[in-house]
Design a protein around this ligand. Sequence first.
Ligand SMILES: C[S@@+](CC[C@H](N)C(=O)[O-])C[C@H]1O[C@@H](n2cnc3c(N)ncnc32)[C@H](O)[C@@H]1O
Length: 270
Amino acid sequence: MLLLRNYNGVFMSKVGKLHVIYDDPLFFAGYSQLRRFRADWGYAMEHSAFINLVGSVQGRRVLDLGCGAGQLSLYLATAGAAKVISIDASERMLNVARTQRMHPCITYQLTSMSDYDYPSEDFDVVVSSLAFHYVRDYTNLMRNIARCLVPNGLLVFSTEHPIYSARNSTDGWVTGADGSRIGWALDHYAEEGPRDHHWFVDGVRRYHRTVATLVNGPIDAGFTVERVLEPAPSDEWLHDHPGDMDERRRPMFLLVRARRSSHSANTSRP
Ligand SMILES: C[S@@+](CC[C@H](N)C(=O)[O-])C[C@H]1O[C@@H](n2cnc3c(N)ncnc32)[C@H](O)[C@@H]1O
């Protein structure tokens, strides 16, 4: 099949269908075995920190960008959101969401974050869990999100931590002669842009950005950044998940809560 790479690492086939790596059968076969994928929202280590940043969504209109199999969308709908619009570029992921996580308040929509027609001031809350590192144009994404939020609306997102995304090999760990982990290999931190690694298949593309870029993106689009988190496993978590001990040695996720200011100067269409 002829695949044409468009902006943002999403592919368009010659029959006009979106293709992301999550639609690749081999990739999906691997990804769909992850507990994170199979369980409902709350299973993964950073999920409780994410939900604490969001706070109450009672009666709120929510946009979930890169909703995947719908775990977060369903959690928010069950927590009382008035409506949840959940978009994702992967047909396979949305098929799972539509069969396993339907709710009267949720609308699942197949579109990429770059192509979505962001309505003006239509949402109280925008959330995104671990999807922004697949998007090439972060500046434009932030502008679009700012535009679709009401004044004082909330953006909460998680993304791969720059220390994790700037690893100098697929694995990142430097190992000794006996195979033990000596440390984490960070390289070319300041070089932002695509990083292709093996993850179930070769050439899985994510976009590395520095901490400054990730935090200044919302600020430049008219947000006030209220909180930045780098979740690490707690003692309680490690008691139940002893295999996660090394997750304390380097951060894997960065979480941001940002509030659109009431008078935003940069929310017009670019
Ligand atoms: C790691 S999964 C996270 C799924 C879900 N948010 C979660 O936390 O379980 C990343 C998701 O982002 C989606 N995605 C990647 N690039 C995208 C884009 N440009 N537009 C919309 N969705 C995208 C993928 O299809 C995938 O479902």
